[in-house]
Design a binder for this molecule. Structure first.
Ligand SMILES: [Cu+2]
Length: 476
């Protein structure tokens, strides 16, 4: 990346400046009217039903489906009688859900009403690098940046969040994150959003005097900022009233650095149907799964026989409750056919092998002995050439590896195909590495090449990412 390029990008952003402040009051007002009073009453009455992020409103500009996403400071009722200062996107905490479909043309306008710059990255989205919303696409205060792209991928639960150099962890922690659901027309899965298709954005959050407390020490930057309350869609230990036989849960670990081992308290079995970026080739019946930061999974639980009971979804590592599911006395029948959800592409023979090795140097995290430098391209990758990447974690702490631009397949963990976990067997964009792990993934860059616009790869433990554990590649 040359200085000249930076200047050009700077000019582009400047020309996109709009008078943003007018929106702020209106947006917050809209939120308070429609949502806040209801929710505060729930908290006061200790009902605390699971908030479902609203699906974002869209309009059409020609053939483009256009979303306006207002990034704003807000107040959110985590605790009865107390308001917590937060960031949110069209919401008081987290963001509205962007629902799109394969082949649609999309424009997402991100309008920054904050007093600080940010960026908004479509995590899991297969888009050109300059539409990626990563470190180079800075949105200054009172400015707008638009992600304009065509949906060239299948059904998935993706998400958007800031990716500002060195500031991602704090901004996400304050509340900036939302879902991007790529919908298909599969009628054999529960798919009624908020009824039998339920998003669960699961995050650990520390509070001090009812305010979000993001104050990592040097040691917490090393080990990741974890602990505190389990917050689900912005609510602590909420309840959900299930009214259908099959309940689909879209799980996102939206934490900075917490790992979750998710299961039901009574060890109820469920079907795993999707991982990060696609359905699984085979729905697997299981009792638990692990999710490291940014990983997603979709599960379906059959509630027949559990009418008039309660189920508890928990994280067995922190021993905290994620969600209480209150099952109705009688359940509506909905359909669930777990077979043939996706056919994955054959894995081609790799033309090249790359190694990515995690480490640490002069108190900064590294990948291949280098800390992130926005002005350095670390890898040059040929379009359409299959590669295998080997990710090595020789450190005595956990990490994960996330790449932008495309999804990958996990081929081996520690030399064994069997150690690829059931929820890792579809297309993924983030893979977990326990201390000492070595993971082999298969990668192929498609559609978008640019010698000047880089994509990122990084550890998605956000304190690690912000402290150097990131690199850049271009597709040529
Ligand atoms: Cu890490």
């Amino acid at each position: 990346m040359t200085r000249r390029n930076f200047l050009q990008k700077g000019l582009f952003v400047a020309s996109a400046i709009i008078e943003a402040n007018a929106f702020v009051g209106k947006e917050i007002e809209r939120f308070f009217e429609k949502y806040y009073h209801e929710y505060r009453n729930d908290i006061l009455l200790n009902k605390k039903f699971l908030p479902i992020p609203k699906t974002a409103y869209y309009r059409y500009e020609g053939e483009y489906k256009v979303f306006d996403m207002h990034i704003q400071e807000s107040l959110h009722p985590f605790f009865a009688g107390e308001m917590t200062k937060t960031y949110g996107i069209n919401s008081s905490y987290l963001g509205e859900t962007i629902v799109i479909k394969p082949d649609e043309k999309i424009k997402v306008n991100y309008i920054n009403h904050l007093k600080e710059p940010t960026t908004m990255h479509g995590h899991g989205m297969h888009v050109p690098a300059h539409m990626d919303g990563a470190v180079h696409q800075v949105i200054n205060p009172a400015s707008m940046w638009s992600a304009i792209f065509e949906v060239k991928q299948g059904a998935a639960t993706n998400w958007y969040h800031p990716h500002l150099m060195g500031e991602t962890a704090r901004q996400v922690y304050k509340g900036l994150a939302g879902l991007i659901i790529i919908e298909d027309d599969k009628s054999n899965l529960p798919r009624e959003y908020g009824i039998d298709d339920i998003p669960l954005i699961i995050q650990e959050r520390r509070f001090a005097f009812n305010q979000i407390d993001y104050s990592p020490s040097r040691r917490e930057i090393m080990h990741g900022y974890t602990g505190g309350e389990l917050v689900v869609n912005g609510s602590i230990a909420p309840k959900f009233q299930a009214s259908t036989r099959f309940l689909r849960l879209r799980l996102l670990n939206g934490s900075n650095a917490s790992i979750f081992h998710i299961r039901f308290k009574n060890n109820e079995k469920f079907y795993l149907i999707a991982g990060d970026n696609s359905y699984l080739p085979q729905a697997t019946k299981t009792t638990s799964l692990f999710l490291s930061p940014a990983e997603r999974a979709e599960i379906v639980v059959d509630l027949q026989g559990l009418e008039d009971n309660s189920l508890y979804l928990i994280d067995s590592l922190s021993k905290k409750e994620i969600l209480k599911i209150i099952v109705d006395k009688s359940l509506n029948q909905n359909s669930f056919e777990p077979n043939n959800l996706i056919e994955l592409e054959q894995i081609p023979k790799p033309r090249k092998t790359r190694i990515f090795r995690f480490g640490m140097r002069r108190m900064q995290f590294t990948i291949n002995n280098k800390s992130m430098d926005m002005n350095r391209i670390d890898e040059f990758i040929n379009l359409d050439e299959p590669e295998e990447w080997i990710i090595e974690n020789p450190m005595n702490m956990a990490h994960n590896f996330h790449m932008h631009a495309t999804h990958f397949r996990v081929i081996e963990r520690n030399g064994s195909k069997e150690r690829v976990m059931p929820w890792e067997r579809g297309y993924k964009d983030t893979v977990f590495l326990a201390p000492g792990d070595k993971v082999k993934i298969q990668v192929i860059m498609r559609d978008f090449a640019s010698a000047t616009d880089p994509y990122m790869y990084h550890c998605h433990f956000l304190e690690h990412e912000d402290n150097g554990m990131m690199g850049q590649f271009v597709v040529i």
